[in-house]
Design a protein. Sequence first.
Length: 842
Amino acid sequence: MTSLLETPRTRSSGQVPASQGTRRRLVVIGNGMAGARAVEEILARGGAAQFSITMFGDEPYGNYNRIMLSHVLSGEESDADIFLNSLSWYQDNGITLHAGVRVDRIDRFTKHAFSSDGRVTPYDTLIIATGSHSHMPPMDGLYTPGGSVKQGVFGFRTIDDTRKMVAYAQHDHHRRAVVIGGGLLGLEAAYGLRSHGIEVDVVHSAGHLMSAQMGPDGGAVLRRSVEALGIGVLTGSRTTAVLGSDSVTAVSLRDGTVIACDMVVVATGIRPNVDFAVLSGLPVERAIVVDDRLRVQDEDDIYAVGECVQHRGEVYGLVAPLWEQAVVLANQVTGTDTSALYLGSRTATKLKVAGVEVASMGLHGPELDTDEHIVFSEPSRGVFKSIVVRDNKMVGATLLGDSRKVAYLTQAYDRGLPLPEERIGLMFDLGTPEGDTGVADLSDDAQVCNCNGVSKKTLVDAVQGGCSSVAGAMEATRAGKGCGSCKLLVRQVVEWAADGAVVEDPAATYYVPAIPLDKAALMAEIRKRGLRSVSAVFQALAPGGEDAKSKMGLASLLKMMLADRYIDERDARFINDRVHANIQRDGTFSVVPQMKGGVTTVQQLRRIADVAEKHNVPLIKLTGGQRIDLLGIRKEDLPQVWADLDMPSGYAYGKSFRTVKTCVGKDFCRYGTGDSTRLGVEIESRFQGIEAPAKLKLAVSGCPRNCAESLVKDVGVVAVEGGRWEIYVGGAAGAHIRKGDLLATVDDPEEVKILAGRFMQYYRERANWLERTYSFVPRVGIEHLRNVIVADSEGIAAQLDAAMQDSVDSYEDPWTERTDPMTPGQFRTSLPLTVLPQVPVR
Ligand SMILES: Cc1cc2nc3c(=O)[nH]c(=O)nc-3n(C[C@H](O)[C@H](O)[C@H](O)COP(=O)(O)OP(=O)(O)OC[C@H]3O[C@@H](n4cnc5c(N)ncnc54)[C@H](O)[C@@H]3O)c2cc1C
Ligand code: SF4
């Protein structure tokens, strides 16, 4: 339980603190997308001067974009990147946030809210924004006798749910999942789990997938696309029991089928969080009943917004309505526009599963005899389009496999845009209104980005305020930063607002900021002019001269291109590369001796222990890459520590090849089919220390059990049956989690070394500075990589191999320079050390 600005107390005095003056007390229950958005809208209308604002949220965080949880689950986004309002935002805006605190009930007569921490908070105006929770349908075996959900069963609603699912899916022994529910959420959950290498079956009770959003014909095409992702689909099936005593082992279906699995995700819909409203005597039907002003029925000072709301009989489960509601609510609460009314929303949905384009809005098919229904179906390509037109207005559309027209159709549906006479133009680019015409027709308050609730006017204002590049306007407004389906429309609006004068964000393609060239052009210039040092490159190619931010990228590029012909200038290096050690928070360094493939000897261990003892090393720690880290070494002691160790550097610091993690492999392990240790050592010996655009971490596993975690490495190798080896590229398991893509399966370890080296050289030559392989591989595409690296489609394989060999041949252990500092200050402490709390040593 965290309270940002106040410490809990059992009873509030009910007095308004002096600093709050005559401001009214606004209490918001629920700190999700609707609650936080309503407060943002209130602040935008001068609400801070009118109200002292207190918010309660039972999740222990600031406010995050729940939509993006699907991307977090699939590893396309890190959970740190989805926060909309950090805890400091509340502080900066004078909002008291009680994060991790639930409101249990309110007393609507005395106007107090009672929360789980014993606090009693008075209010003048109350906003309820409690959202929904995952619905768990009745089913045998879902709960333990203690009443908690069985281990291995998950809902999919919160950041905590998502983190737990990722951890469970990545557990060695968890290989199979069943997702109950084949709607949007279920399919996104299935795709996310599949991305972690889990086998997934979706069980859906209706006859076709996404039955709430599309008809059977579209559902059939969708099924083929989902199955093509390796996801099993069972429609017309109902799960009746979850089996397993302590944790999930299987599910059984109504027809008696049993599907073995380690985890179950329940995605069978949501239920509004209304318990506390019921307990407090508020009007609740399917959700809390509100009027067009978003006021709770028969209450003067209580408003509700978001998924917990029932308005004119409708309960919405998407964000677009809550943005519209938040605007009306803020106008009402602040008195800015008391005539503002919410009259309901038209909603459109989009599936966020890479490679399966699905968008749906309104009707799936005709309802009246006079409705026009235009259908195009091409199942072999996974394309299906259906549009329903009534009275010359678009009243529904389903688009699968080709969403190029989504932006235009969404606007046509929302705003009743003019439709082309030739209806086919609604589906294909014939006779469709020009992008510009469509955009000009949009009203100012038309929502361009539904995920982040950005209107056309907000984007236009950003452009007029100086954001004349699409990237700049997106950054300034958050438009296009949700599911991404509106990016085309965002571009069109920005282009229209800038009257054609859109500035392409120039720096976006530069390899380093100071030189206006992309990587290929920069390399060509360096070669043509025979440049060999960072300063020479600046002199020849940087219009504004030297630039600190560009130095490291250039140094790395030159080293990669020229190997030992590169002229090393120390000031082009980052501190870690200057002293060949990793700088720590307190200004000391860590020293990591090399242990190829995690293999060591008695002599090495003894020497490391002796050095640690001699130099009073405060902390010795095993790293995630199977090496020993000696932490807390002062800069001036580094040369002596290395001299005493007399071992090569383990490269724990630079933008370079680092480690090859290995499992024990077939010599020792009962399951091993390949000698992973030996291959790991060989790979590490060959590529040690080579420069790269970002760090490279590798692994070799002796069988598909993958004890060395090869699937989440920049290059991961797995021994499979028949003495063969699979090579995966582009995996990651840090801030970003991604399962690598299979590059090739080869017959012997020599081929592994060749292809791994060729891939790394291609990456070294083509990737942007600091671009990890987990971004590079999806950007260039695994098919393309396979063609170039395995099939040599561009005829450059020999060239790549030779360039890598050049780097390998020029390898020198940086610690050989320890007795002869390159600069007088190389190993002199120049900064006072920060005193850190002692790391507890157990
Ligand atoms: C995985 C996933 C993907 C989605 N994808 C999309 C999409 O692509 N497009 C789309 O439009 N929508 C999508 N949605 C739906 C969208 O996220 C919701 O419509 C939106 O978050 C609803 O906002 P809300 O504020 O009403 O509820 P929430 O965001 O759920 O916020 C409610 C908050 O109130 C808290 N709370 C509840 N009761 C109390 C209490 N008594 N005291 C204190 N706090 C309380 C809850 O813990 C929660 O933090 C998705 C949802 C999920 C889960
Ligand atoms: S991955 Fe390696 S250690 Fe794990 S089971 Fe297979 S051979 Fe054994």
